[in-house]
Design a protein around this ligand. Structure first.
Ligand code: 13P
Length: 253
């Protein structure tokens, strides 16, 4: 594995200030698990509060607007999430692609804006059940990644993380087999090497997301070319999220 495993909790539209105690507990335990890079992406309303609460773990946003500022009522720019304490932003999550009609070109312009503001980016990709049933998941996912990545990425390894999240596995309790995850991650790796060269392409972390839980984390994290996990439901309590972080700490280096 190129780097420490990266375990990111995506709180989605969950979290009020009462959940800051979970963030604090995750942070304290992570200080003893330095083999793993741990981060949380709370909703916008909690980014600053979580940032103030934690010492060790990273804090990120779940989205940003592609424009730099001005008249976009209800939107939040990359510079604003950076100012609130975010170091990275998740872009192109399937819930945004489906619920907000975001296409690859929108994700690409958000990515360019986030990088210009100084954020790291996590670009999400993943196929629907219908695409998988048709046996087209690999070409679909690689197409999504190609079209969502910004054109000129100076230091891909330091800036970019990919998250492969099959839509049918999100929040369903269903997951692909470790073999299927490994096959997709190998295909994504080959594309990254083609785009960014051997050194940078090999160092970009590729996370798996979709129903990762403490009891399946070791198997999924151990699949080929898996560099960590993007966790939804199981990131909402310190107990379940730390179960996944602990599994990552058990992986051979
Ligand atoms: P679940 O872990 O709840 O399946 O969500 C995965 C996800 O969408 C993370 O971004």
């Amino acid at each position: 594995m190129a780097e420490r495993p990266f375990i990111v909790g995506n709180w989605k539209m969950n979290g009020t200030r009462s959940m800051l105690s979970e963030a604090r507990a995750i942070d304290r335990a992570s200080q003893r698990l330095m083999k793993v890079e741990v981060a949380l992406a709370p909703p916008y309303t909690l980014i600053h509060a979580v940032h103030k609460e934690v010492e060790q773990i990273g804090v990120g946003a779940q989205d940003c607007h592609p424009a730099e500022g001005t008249a976009h009522t209800g939107d939040v720019s990359a510079a604003m999430v950076l100012d609130a304490g975010a170091k990275f932003v998740i872009l192109g999550h399937s819930e945004r692609r489906q619920g907000h009609g975001e296409d690859d070109s929108m994700v690409k312009s958000k990515a360019a804006s986030a990088i210009a503001a100084g954020l790291r980016i996590i670009i999400c990709c993943g196929e629907s059940e219908a695409v998988r049933d048709a046996g087209e998941e690999e070409s679909f996912v690689l197409g999504q990644i190609r079209a969502s990545l910004p054109d000129d990425l100076d230091n891909a390894a330091a800036t970019l993380t990919i998250a492969y999240e099959p839509i049918w596995a999100i929040g369903t309790g269903k997951t692909p087999s470790a073999e299927n995850v490994g096959a997709m991650h190998r295909a994504i790796r080959a594309l990254l090497v083609q785009l960014y060269g051997e050194e940078h392409g090999a160092a970009v972390r590729i996370l798996y997301g979709g129903s990762v839980k403490p009891d399946n984390a070791l198997e999924l994290l151990g699949a080929d070319e898996v560099g960590g996990a993007l966790v939804g439901g199981a990131s909402l309590t310190a107990e379940s999220f730390l179960g996944i972080v602990l599994a990552a700490a058990e992986l051979p280096e």
